[in-house]
Design a protein. Structure first.
Length: 200
């Protein structure tokens, strides 16, 4: 009995995924303008559940600059990115800035208990949310390249573009995030959110 060639390709992909322990991912292309989702009239927002059982609605978080980082437990660069995010959270402790971390993993593969263990091991103090269908993530990128961090101004508006990837220099990454956050904090005084320069 002959099997279609497609069946062999599918079997090979599933075997590779099982051996690595990581879910199949789309190829990580270089950051290009085409990676950004097409502009729509609908405002960018999200409503996600955290592993603490709470619902986090971006439209209800006005009054604060919102920094939302998307990642996964199997993502090595995400570990270092979370170190930077936690340090920045301490730095902005007395300012209207909120940090969130969102796992894009499937709940069947990575349970809430696994995420709680992951958060405890890394000493996370920021809320951990879930986006298993990529409903929120897909508003910022059409490719699965993480970590990805999105910024919202104090009026609840997404400040494009989202930043993808993690440089090896932690100090450089913190400066990148800090510059974006400070610009949004200062924009409140003049009543408009600045558009960040296109990132490469």
């Amino acid at each position: 009995m002959r099997f279609p060639a497609a069946a062999f390709v599918l079997a090979a992909c599933l075997l590779a995924s099982a051996q690595t322990g990581a879910p199949p991912q789309k190829p990580e292309a270089a950051v290009r303008p085409g990676d950004e989702p097409a502009a729509t009239a609908k405002p960018v927002s999200f409503r996600l559940k955290g592993i603490d059982g709470k619902i986090y609605d971006s439209t209800a978080m006005t009054g604060e600059v919102l920094v939302v980082s998307f990642g996964a437990t199997w993502c090595v660069p995400c570990v270092w990115e979370l170190v930077a995010i936690e340090e920045l959270k301490e730095e902005y402790a007395h300012k209207p800035v909120r940090f969130l971390w969102v796992s894009i993993e499937d709940a069947e593969r990575t349970s809430d208990n696994i995420l709680r263990h992951y958060a405890r091991e890394r000493g996370l103090t920021i809320p951990v949310l879930r986006d298993p269908t990529l409903a929120a993530y897909s508003q910022f990128s059409t490719t699965t390249r993480i970590p990805l961090v999105a910024f919202f101004d104090r009026e609840g508006r997404f400040n494009a573009p989202a930043h993808r990837g993690m440089p090896q220099d932690l100090t450089l990454y913190k400066k990148l995030v800090r510059d974006r956050v400070n610009a949004l904090l200062e924009a409140k005084a003049v009543g408009a959110a600045p558009a960040a320069a296109a990132e490469r």
